[in-house]
Design a protein around this ligand. Structure first.
Ligand code: FHN
Length: 427
């Protein structure tokens, strides 16, 4: 692999400026796995055969699918871009691809899902991303590996002899070509995922050689030169456009060769990416908002996931989670969009986001008494105050102590602070 060539494939920072500014996106995991409603890995976890899984294909008919409703809720929640699973590991394609019969137009639903989706989200002003699974547990040329549903089949190695991963890699390029050609501008291609290190007996995981990742990246650059590509193609020598920590907020700004990376943390509202009827570990409104704040305070983005149901709806839990963001972002979006990690260190139980000379102090704990800041005084050049509907408050640094003072006029060196989503009753 020619490292020089690969370095030419990384997007310049200016082409990612919208992504860094917008900070907040919606992830959507939707496919046949919404029917069993117990995790998007159900086919692998339960080692279901194609015949077992065909039942879901034969009954896929999201009669209540209304992407305009999804898009309105995402916009109201403050999300600025969306990433939809065009195809997940099950191999089922949500569009009328020419490359396989395993697609939505052959199910009882019978129609393309992607075009109405992108049109609805574009109408609400969101940018469009496609998640595309490198893994495909249905395709006849996808070799059985340590995470495949047939990994424990006694003839797995023999079955693989008849399969040609190069043919599958060519199909992937054709599917990606369709996604980047037939649906207008695609702002993000979110490939998922590589696991060359995984082994089970004679079965081995898959990486850039199996995906033919370099030709795949070149194809994306040829068809969509400004599209952001994530970091899961196993191309160690390619500086990725974005890195994608999953289900955690990094404790420090991710770096590579001493340079800060553009990054986006992806999280689920519950414990499952795909719709899970019985999943009960749903994050509270405070946790959801603090996840967004924490991501931006560390200099990154948050991609928050919903798993629509088999009928094409967002269930009551997903709707409640999105509305929790709506209430907060309407007041405090200015402390997220265009903001990044602050040059100052945050006091205990606080996070700081900063936009130029404007500093936002996010209080993760209450009651608010006073905050000791080191060397903050005198560095604030801009003042404003926030109204959360229950209180107007502003702060003035004096010496190295900040305090809340409702008599203090908004002066040139006051800072703003953002109250918690809900204030526990202060006795
Ligand atoms: O296996 C997938 C999983 O189902 C989900 O799509 C996540 C989202 O980032 N990616 C893989 C696990 O890392």
């Amino acid at each position: 692999m020619n490292v020089q060539n690969l370095q030419a494939l990384t997007l310049p920072d200016e082409k990612k400026a919208w992504f860094v500014h917008d900070r907040f996106g919606l992830f959507v995991h939707w496919g046949l796995y919404a029917l069993p409603a117990r995790h998007e890995w159900v086919k692998s976890r339960e080692e279901l055969s194609d015949a077992d899984y065909q039942n879901y294909f034969d009954h896929f008919d999201p009669d209540l699918y209304d992407p305009r409703d999804w898009a309105r809720r995402a916009r109201a929640a403050g999300m600025k871009y969306v990433v939809l699973t065009s195809k997940h590991h099950e191999g089922f394609c949500l569009w009328d691809t020419k490359t396989t019969d395993y697609k939505v137009t052959n199910t009882p639903y019978g129609r393309d899902l992607l075009l109405p989706f992108v049109e609805a989200f574009r109408a609400e002003g969101l940018k469009i991303g496609f998640y595309y699974s490198l893994i495909d547990w249905h395709h006849p040329d996808f070799t059985i590996d340590p995470r495949h549903p047939q990994r424990n089949h006694p003839d797995a190695v023999k079955i693989n002899e008849a399969r040609d991963i190069r043919r599958y890699a060519a199909v992937m390029r054709e599917q990606v070509r369709e996604l980047l050609t037939d649906f207008g501008r695609v702002d993000v291609m979110w490939f998922d995922f590589s696991y060359p290190q995984w082994k089970q007996g004679d079965l081995v995981g898959k990486g850039h050689k199996d995906w033919e990742s370099e030709p795949l990246v070149r194809l994306v650059r040829e068809l969509a030169p400004d599209t952001i590509i994530n970091n899961r193609l196993d191309l160690a020598d390619l500086v990725p456009d974005i890195v994608t920590p999953e289900q955690y907020v990094p404790r420090a700004w991710p770096e590579r060769d001493g340079k800060r990376m553009t990054w986006e943390a992806c999280h689920t509202f519950s414990g499952s990416w795909g719709y899970h009827r019985d999943e009960d570990s749903w994050k509270s409104p405070e946790q959801l908002v603090q996840l967004l704040i924490g991501s931006v305070a560390m200099g990154g983005n948050l991609l928050m996931n919903v798993g629509p149901t088999a009928r094409g709806t967002l269930d009551h839990r997903a709707k409640a989670a999105l509305s929790a963001y709506e209430e907060w972002i309407a007041l405090h979006g200015r402390s997220i969009y265009g903001c990044t990690q602050s040059e100052f260190s945050a006091p205990i139980d606080c996070r700081l986001t900063q936009n130029g000379s404007r500093l936002y102090i996010h209080l993760f704990n209450w009651p608010f008494r006073h905050l000791h800041f080191d060397a903050l005084a005198g560095k604030i050049e801009y003042a404003q105050f926030l109204h959360d509907g229950s209180e107007v408050a502003w702060l003035k640094p004096s010496g190295n102590t900040l305090w809340k003072n409702s008599q203090f006029p908004v002066g040139e060196d006051a800072v703003s602070f953002v109250l918690p989503v809900r204030r526990p009753s202060v006795t």
